[in-house]
Design a protein around this ligand. Structure first.
Ligand code: COA
Length: 134
């Protein structure tokens, strides 16, 4: 398997973005995922041939803070180093930024700790009826 990485959505169509948001109650469609990626300051996509098998999105004010709202690798491609590559490439964009934040479930804390992230307390507001962005 040969995975390639790209930092734009050029040439990416929704039919190449299937299978993400595993476990979400209201799953955003591939079309919505493409809108999310297009609206993000930075993206990295992992592709197996033409199919996107992993992605990360990041946003920043370019001065003091950055936020990583989403990273996901398709289940069949997990535990093969793709998530590490996605996050490593994203963090290069934020090397000069003081605050780099994200929120995650407890079961992936160990993944982020490998990159120097530390646990903190956080607050969040969620409009669950809007989860699939329709
Ligand atoms: C979290 C996720 C992106 C990791 O991607 P991945 O491709 O499986 O990760 P990698 O294979 O690159 O793993 C890199 C390292 O992190 C470790 N790791 C991966 N997932 C881990 C987890 N859940 N907990 C602890 N360590 C983990 C790996 O063992 C590996 O360690 P090593 O380099 O010392 O061998 C992937 O599991 C995923 O998409 N999960 C579902 C979506 C999700 O939870 N996203 C995060 C929401 S905030």
């Amino acid at each position: 398997m040969s995975i390639t990485y790209k930092i734009t959505t050029d040439g990416i169509t929704p039919d190449r973005l299937n299978g993400f948001f595993v476990g979400w109650e209201k799953v955003p469609s591939p079309e919505v995922l493409l809108r999310i990626l297009n609206g993000s300051d930075h993206v990295v996509l992992a592709q197996d041939s033409e199919v996107v098998v992993g992605f990360i999105a990041g946003n920043t004010d370019g001065v003091i803070s950055a936020y990583i709202p989403l990273i996901e690798v398709l289940p069949a491609y997990q535990k093969q180093g793709i998530g590490r590559e996605l996050l490593t490439r994203m963090l290069r964009n934020f090397e000069h930024i003081y605050m780099v934040d994200l929120m995650c479930d407890e079961d992936v804390e160990g993944f982020y700790e490998k990159f120097g992230f530390i646990k903190t307390s956080a607050m969040m507001l969620r409009h669950y009826d809007k989860q699939n962005c329709t």
